[in-house]
Design a protein around this ligand. Structure first.
Ligand code: SF4
Length: 444
């Protein structure tokens, strides 16, 4: 059972020495209770307290980091079974698979695609996460050459997939310092794989289709001092994946089986229905998903699903407040004020672009609430509009003083005029009508 901050505080040394990075033991206790720090940061804990706190305050699923640098990413550290209970924190890395038997040109083309391809959706850039290289040739030299080709083409997180420790060792000479994920140790070979993972400081996938044996294998690897593990459940079908992955999630977050508290790995490329496997993996607890390079349509679908599942349901997706241009507006262009709920922003922006009327969008900070909700909750006020006009220097951008406000904020029109000194035009309630509205009403 999770401990409360005061219970944790009672177990701390209460020296207030700040060595953990927090100003007091109480602050450290509060952070521990919220899973925001690690018990090992306090050097003065006795072993009994460390064991109790470690077991109750660490995230039930270990955080594992792949790669280094700008494109590195972390997976794991999840706390709930269902997204609506809280949120999911770390979206799965989706990685394109190449075989070391492919030509240099083919390998470079896939790597360059993962490096550069990006889809923009509701204010976020969606990208694939890295490259998985499979030792399909069985040759250590060929594998090392393919890994070297990828590594020289782009700085991306990698998965090295081979059964042969010698091939992995040869590949790690090219990328061992970049934290590639090593795939995969089994009960038969885990000692050699652990030696490699420990030597290069890399995370390691362990593989098996029996949950109890997988838990034992995880325990065996930790005794070899390899803690950053992931679990490949060797699913023979989509159903087998869902059953095992859900069981592992339940057993780990309830801390019934702490030895299974690691992120799950899914090689969707070996499943019969790859796209369906990706969708299930995103929805049901895979943290790294391997796929053959996807078509543009499938790529967008996978990244959109990932974005949706891993968006905090308690926080609306927000735009940064500011003054945005549509086209190249001049000094006499209309200024349309609206809220920073991203769906509102992108809907309005789309209709404004279709209207072909260059204009400014003044986006005010309603903490992501829609117009109607923001008005009802008092988050959209005349003072906010006044401050936003000043903050984003709107009066320097246009020569007129007319502001178009959304139809649903019409109750504020008089107060906005009074507070800002601007004339207010109440726009339509439906963004789809904004083009007609501008053509009829906007005359400066
Ligand atoms: S290092 Fe330990 S004793 Fe020192 S302030 Fe932090 S929790 Fe307290």
């Amino acid at each position: 059972m999770a401990l409360k901050a005061l219970d944790i505080y009672k177990l701390l040394p209460r020296k207030n020495c700040k060595e953990c990075g927090d100003p007091t033991c109480l602050t450290f206790a509060m952070k521990l209770a919220g899973g925001k720090t690690d018990v090992d940061l306090c050097p003065y804990l006795d072993e009994g307290a460390r064991a109790i706190l470690g077991a109750t305050t660490r995230p039930p699923i270990r955080i594992v980091k792949l790669g280094i640098g700008e494109r590195s990413f972390a997976v794991g550290e999840e706390f709930v079974l269902y997204r609506h209970e809280k949120t999911f924190y770390h979206p799965p890395g989706i990685m394109f698979k190449i075989a070391d038997t492919q030509t240099v040109d083919e390998i470079q083309a896939v790597t360059t695609r993962v490096l550069n391809e990006s889809f923009s959706r509701v204010g976020a850039d969606l990208r694939f996460s890295g490259i998985a290289i499979e030792n399909a040739s069985g040759s250590a030299d060929t594998f090392a050459l393919a890994v070297e080709t990828v590594e020289k083409t782009a700085d991306l997180p990698l998965v090295l997939m081979s059964k042969d420790p010698a091939a992995l060792s040869a590949a790690l000479t090219h990328c061992g310092t970049y934290r590639p994920l090593i795939h995969a140790a089994t009960q038969e070979n885990y000692e050699e794989f652990c030696t490699l993972a420990k030597h290069h400081g890399c995370p390691l996938v362990i593989k098996g289709n029996n949950i109890e044996k997988l838990a034992q294998l995880a325990k065996d690897c930790t005794t070899k001092e390899v803690q950053d593990l992931m679990l490949d459940l060797s699913p023979e079908s989509l159903q087998a994946f869902i059953v095992r992955s859900t069981a592992i999630r339940q057993l780990s977050i309830t801390r019934v089986a702490p030895d299974l508290g690691y992120p799950v790995f899914l090689d969707a490329s070996v499943m019969e229905q790859q796209e369906a496997a990706i969708a299930l993996g995103i929805s049901k607890y895979a943290s790294v998903i391997i796929t053959h390079p996807l078509s543009q349509a499938s790529a967008k679908a996978a990244l959109t699903l990932r974005q949706n599942i891993y968006t905090d349901p308690q926080k609306p997706i927000q735009m940064n407040p500011g003054l945005y241009r549509v086209g190249t507006p001049g000094k006499d262009a209309p200024v349309l004020m609206t809220v920073n709920f991203s769906l509102t922003f992108f809907t309005l922006q789309g209709y404004l672009e279709s209207s072909r009327v260059p204009c400014f969008m003044l986006i005010v900070d309603t903490e992501g609430l829609s117009v109607l909700t923001a008005v009802a909750a008092g988050k959209l006020s005349e003072m906010l509009v006044k401050e936003s006009i000043k903050k984003f220097s709107v009066e320097d951008e246009v020569s007129h003083r007319t502001l178009i406000i959304p139809g649903y904020s019409s109750p504020l029109s008089g107060r906005i005029e009074e507070a800002t000194g601007w004339k207010v035009l109440v726009g339509p309630r439906d963004a789809a009508e904004i083009g007609d509205f501008l053509n009829k009403e906007w005359k400066q």
